[in-house]
Design a protein around this ligand. Structure first.
Ligand code: AMP
Length: 116
């Protein structure tokens, strides 16, 4: 855990968030300022600053988390993934996260129902 990191604090339960998925290695929660009807962030539990510094297997492991979430939310044909890497790209939180964005309002409702 990086004690300065806001997403580490979410993972530790020190800052509240709407979590829709958690396992030993990944967490997914609602973005606090959604840029689409549904906007989730998928993060590894282990802190890495950004995509550039993240071991490939951690990125690979996030794939099935995202695919399973998309199935559960019934948005398999309607989502976009985004990773901002580095301050110049617009990255503001330096704990790797993958944005999952969908225009599907039903997916949003389902995600709310999944909140744990
Ligand atoms: P990025 O620009 O890729 O670093 O995106 C960081 C994202 O984190 C932004 O979309 C923010 O809205 C989101 N964010 C910042 N603080 C929180 C928080 N406490 N809970 C959920 N999302 C957050």
């Amino acid at each position: 855990m990086n004690t300065e990191c806001i997403f580490c604090k979410i993972i530790a339960g020190e800052i509240p968030s709407q979590v829709v998925h958690r396992d030993d290695n990944y967490i997914a929660f609602f973005d606090i300022e959604p840029k689409a009807a549904l906007h989730l962030l998928i993060c590894p539990i282990a802190h890495t600053n950004d995509f550039q510094q993240t071991p490939p297997e951690i990125i690979a492991g996030a794939t099935s988390v995202i695919q399973n979430l998309a199935k559960k939310l019934n948005i398999e044909n309607n989502y976009t993934l985004q990773i901002n890497n580095g301050a110049d790209s617009g990255q503001i939180v330096f704990h790797l996260h993958i944005h999952l964005l969908s225009s599907d309002k039903n997916g949003n409702k389902k995600a709310k129902a999944l909140t744990i």
